[in-house]
Ligand binder design. Structure first.
Ligand code: ZN
Length: 188
């Protein structure tokens, strides 16, 4: 599990290292607050997203299902700064389906880890493939990275878009186009 005491000690060191006084009124509770926050935003490291999908149900549905605009917050593992945005998921069941709240939980668990957007995207797709064994899956993630917008190249509002396709979404351009049209709110 996450060792909050260790985080607390480390944050005291960081506060001293930047030349601040860890005993100052505004900073005195900061190490504990950061420890509590990390325990929350990295909770997904100790959870298995596959478990969420195991409660799906059998339904003779073989048409595309799209979950649009699932919000997420994650932490870039290179800078420990947030990146956040929206996930869009499409899949074509081979009988087994799940509800929107379960899909949102899969996204949340995978996002709450030291993460990269590319890995977040492929892991969501691969988790769905592994548990639901659908005919195809497509995942599109659009995100803003604070490590890019508040420092470094400083391009506010710049979005990174990543995608992963499996099965029919990879094989059939028409299926992929239908999904893209649906997430953009256009008539396919
Ligand atoms: Zn970063």
């Amino acid at each position: 599990m996450i060792d909050k005491d260790k985080i607390e000690k480390a944050v005291v060191s960081i506060i001293k290292a930047i030349g601040e006084d860890p005993g100052r009124e505004g900073l005195v509770g900061t190490p504990r607050r950061i420890a509590e926050m990390y325990a929350e935003v990295f909770a997904g490291s100790y959870q298995d997203p596959k478990e969420e999908l195991k409660v799906g149900f059998e339904e003779e549905h073989h048409e595309m299902v799209v979950f649009k605009d699932i919000p997420f917050y994650s932490m870039c593992e290179h800078h420990f700064l947030p990146f956040y945005g929206l996930v869009h998921i499409g899949y074509i069941p081979s009988g087994r389906v799940v509800g929107a709240s379960k899909m949102a939980r899969v996204v949340e668990i995978i996002a709450k880890r030291p993460q990269l957007q590319e890995r977040l995207t492929t892991l969501i797709a691969d988790t769905i493939v592994e548990v639901l064994q659908p005919q195809g899956v497509a995942v599109v993630v659009q995100a803003e990275h604070l490590c890019m917008t508040m420092r470094g190249i400083k391009k506010p509002g710049s979005n990174i878009v990543t995608s992963a396709t499996r099965g029919l979404f990879r094989k059939r351009p028409a299926t992929r186009s239908e999904f893209l049209a649906l997430i953009q709110g256009k008539q396919p």
